[in-house]
Write a protein that binds this ligand. Structure first.
Ligand code: URA
Length: 255
């Protein structure tokens, strides 16, 4: 290794290749109470402000939010997911909160971590082109988020535990957007939100009903391939195209 590199660059390199734990000289007492899950850094809903931080699980925090802005603040202040430690930014969402279609992807990558917006890298550009081909754009009629809000180190897949920590926020996110159609992009998103362990090849192209207690009705939900996978396997683009046409037809029919 080049020993002239500043220490911060060496540390950044370790984070980028996926190191998320160091072993130090001093022992850590894991039996000590966990650090508070909520660090209010911006105005929070009154019910959250009065809640003891140690009791504030993502489920409590999410349920207390009645607007997208409150949810954004709650997610940004949440310290219960270790991914946040290594990320530069919280990547909450992009697009129109009034949209009738909501896209949920897997996890922010390097570009998203830098810009604080989902799907702004190479795969995001492909996703934008695919959506535009059926008349969907984030500037006008589409809302986009992910199943975790922070970039996993080294762009690894988020673990089941990390997804579970973020899931109550994601579920509340969907309830508050209340889309006419939900599109799950990639296996991680489909597995988490459909609670179905089948692979994306089996799940894609079919309609599912997504239901949570905070929704007034089940939301028709379609899983499809992740654009990063389509970049590696372009022959599958025609199936993703078919899925998006079905989404568009469903949206038009529900109007
Ligand atoms: N891949 C995702 O699943 N989400 C992003 O935001 C970027 C890449």
């Amino acid at each position: 290794m080049d020993t002239s590199l500043p220490l911060s660059a060496v540390l950044r390199w370790h984070v980028d290749v996926g190191v998320d734990e160091t072993i130090g000289d001093a022992p850590i007492d894991r039996y000590q109470p966990a650090k508070p899950a909520l660090t209010p850094s911006a105005p929070v809903p009154p019910v959250l402000a009065s809640m003891p931080a140690t009791a504030a699980s993502s489920a409590h925090l999410a349920q207390a939010c009645t607007t997208i802005d409150q949810l954004r603040v709650a997610v940004e202040g949440y310290d219960g997911c270790a991914l946040k430690t290594f990320a530069s930014r919280t990547v909450f969402a992009d697009g129109m909160p009034t949209a009738r279609v909501m896209i949920v992807g897997e996890a922010p990558g390097e570009d998203e971590d830098r810009q604080g917006k989902p799907f702004v890298g190479v795969s995001g550009r492909l996703l934008d082109r695919m959506l535009a081909s059926v008349g969907l754009t984030r500037a006008t009629n589409t809302y986009i988020s992910n199943v975790v809000f922070w970039r996993p180190p080294g762009n690894r897949k988020p673990t089941a535990e990390e997804v579970a920590q973020c899931l109550p926020f994601v579920q509340r996110h969907i309830e508050l957007i209340d889309p006419a159609v939900l599109v799950l992009v990639g296996g991680a998103s489909a597995t988490a939100l459909l609670a179905n362990a089948q692979g994306i090849t089996r799940l894609r192209g079919k309609w599912f009903d997504y239901e949570t207690p905070g929704l007034s009705r089940p939301v028709p939900t379609m899983a499809t391939f992740h654009p990063a996978y389509l970049l590696r396997s372009p022959q599958q683009k025609r199936l993703a195209w078919r899925d998006l046409i079905a989404v568009k037809e469903r949206l038009d029919a529900a109007h």
